[in-house]
Design a protein around this ligand. Structure first.
Ligand code: FAD
Length: 466
């Protein structure tokens, strides 16, 4: 191992190979569920240095774990407990290499923080629409490696749809320069799509060419109260019909999710405190007044049809920010409340009401009193269906006693309703062992073939995803 450490120091410089002191920022995941031990944390500053690190690891038979902002929620970006893995943290690779307004693209390094990229696009009078609550600390490399979704998928798509080209260091330490800004390029297998969503198991993403879009003139936000999930889904249908592509956000939040926000962030005002379910709608439009009028007309119609009981339209940017803040505070409020059993699932939108009804009932029979933190990007069919311990029961004891049974119950309903067990967070360590239960043998065999072909020595993030 000393020979490997020496090679790593040669590759990136002594000061950027960390082996001592408090490494918990790199070894402990965001949810504090996975605590590993790294042989070293290596922080390269360039693609060439990344390539040298990968070559050194491969030559010494060591494996490495690519890491961006370490905000992933499935334990894929931290080392295992062996003390033999190298954490390759991309945090020093933060250059914006080019912005091309005419081509609506931006080429950036993998360690750029998402929020910095949103700002850079804005500075160019454009928009990079990927948006999620971790945007102040997650990196674009991590976003692409997990094919992150977030709150704007309904209109702009997942990270995959927002990426035109990649630069990747392969598991052999070679550099693949695929930084194309082309919207059409049918010249064979799509290598970019192979690396996007591969969770660091095939290669290291070192840079990307991202798609920018014109900035909408205004974004208008409202919150509506629904009696149940079926009403919320019918509201979505109506909103799509009336607002068309202008509908850029549609988030569902249960009363209990918002109660947790109220408990842990009491300073945030809640406009509809009695609503059993709240929907956050966002309309992107050319002008603010026209947008607000369109949103108000939609909500008036929804009220007449009995789809909603009440609504509040934000009258200022500050009010709009507050509504988003409520939604974005749910993950943090949950973690303040204690660990819960998370299910990041995707369903056909039309199946969501039946899924929620059946699964809520089955859970109440199995674990009476369990509290459900239901919220999510329902506009694109993504639900965060999380199960919290009954009031007064210790979270850790609850997880130890019920996690496997509750997962089996929830995922059986997901399958029955035509859904996926991972919508946007990925598989990582959390769902690796159960993936074979929900993926066809043919799909798994093809995935293994790809993994073995691209990473025969299992250098890249072994034990994750597959
Ligand atoms: P990390 O956590 O560091 O890594 C994640 C995975 O990607 C790991 O497997 C790692 O090995 C791999 N990886 C990282 N960088 C690279 C690279 N350069 N090359 C190859 N592999 C790499 N996700 C959503 O999709 N939508 C949401 O709405 C959302 N909301 C969130 C809210 C909160 C509060 C938090 C904490 C997380 C949320 N997430 C959400 C999870 C999401 O996956 C991450 O925030 C983000 O996409 C990961 O980026 P990161 O830089 O932190 O990656």
């Amino acid at each position: 191992m000393n020979a490997l450490l020496s090679a790593l120091r040669v590759a990136v410089g002594d000061g950027h190979v960390l082996t001592e002191g408090d490494l918990s920022a790199y070894e402990l995941d965001w949810r504090k569920r996975y605590r590993g031990r790294a042989l070293a944390v290596v922080r390269p500053a360039s693609t060439i240095e990344v390539a040298a690190v990968v070559k050194a690891c491969a030559a010494h038979g060591a494996s490495l774990v690519p890491q961006g902002g370490n905000t992933g929620l499935v334990g894929g970006g931290v080392p295992d407990g062996s003390g033999t893995q190298v954490v390759l943290n991309l945090g020093r690779m933060t250059r914006i290499r080019a912005v091309d307004p005419a081509n609506l693209t931006m080429t950036v390094e993998a360690g750029c923080i998402l929020q910095t990229l949103q700002q850079a696009a804005d500075d160019a009078g454009l928009m990079f629409p990927l948006s999620l609550a971790a945007e102040g600390s997650c990196t674009i490399g991590g976003n692409l490696a997990t094919n992150a979704g977030g709150t704007q998928v309904l209109r702009y798509g997942n990270a995959r749809e927002l990426c035109l080209g990649l630069e990747v260091v392969t598991a052999q330490g070679e550099v693949w320069d695929g930084l194309s800004g082309l919207r059409k390029d049918n010249t064979g297998y799509d290598l970019r799509d192979l690396y996007i969503g591969s969770e660091g198991t095939l290669g290291v993403i070192t840079a990307a060419t991202l798609k920018l879009t014109p900035r909408p003139g205004a974004r208008v936000t409202a919150m509506a109260a629904c009696a149940d999930v079926a009403a919320a889904v019918r509201l979505l249908e109506l909103a799509r019909a009336r607002l068309d592509a202008g509908l850029s956000g549609f988030e569902l939040m249960s009363r209990f999710s918002l109660e947790l926000v109220g408990r842990h962030f009491p300073q945030l005002p809640q406009p509809l405190p009695q609503a059993p379910w709240c929907v956050l709608l966002e309309l992107s439009s050319a002008g603010e007044e026209a947008g607000r009028a369109a949103l108000e007309a939609l909500l008036g119609e929804a009220l007449e049809q009995g789809l909603i009981d009440d609504a509040a339209v934000a009258q200022s940017l500050a009010q709009s920010r507050n509504l988003w803040h409520l939604r974005e505070s749910i993950p943090l409020a949950q973690s303040e409340e204690g660990l819960n059993i998370k299910h990041d699932i995707a369903l056909p939108v039309s199946a969501i009401p039946a899924f929620v009804e059946a699964t809520d009932a089955a859970l109440e029979r199995a674990v009476p009193g369990a509290r459900l933190v239901n919220f999510g990007h329902v506009g694109d069919g993504n639900l965060h269906y999380n199960v919290q311990a009954p009031e007064g029961i210790d979270s850790a004891a609850f997880l130890a006693a019920h996690e496997s049974a509750i997962n089996a119950l929830v995922y059986a309903e997901v399958r029955r309703h035509g859904g996926s067990i991972s919508a946007e967070h990925g598989v990582g360590a959390l769902k690796r062992d159960i993936l074979p239960l929900y993926k066809s043998p043919v799909a798994l065999s093809l995935m293994r073939t790809i993994k073995t072909a691209l990473d025969p020595l299992a250098t890249m993030n072994p034990g994750r995803l597959i």
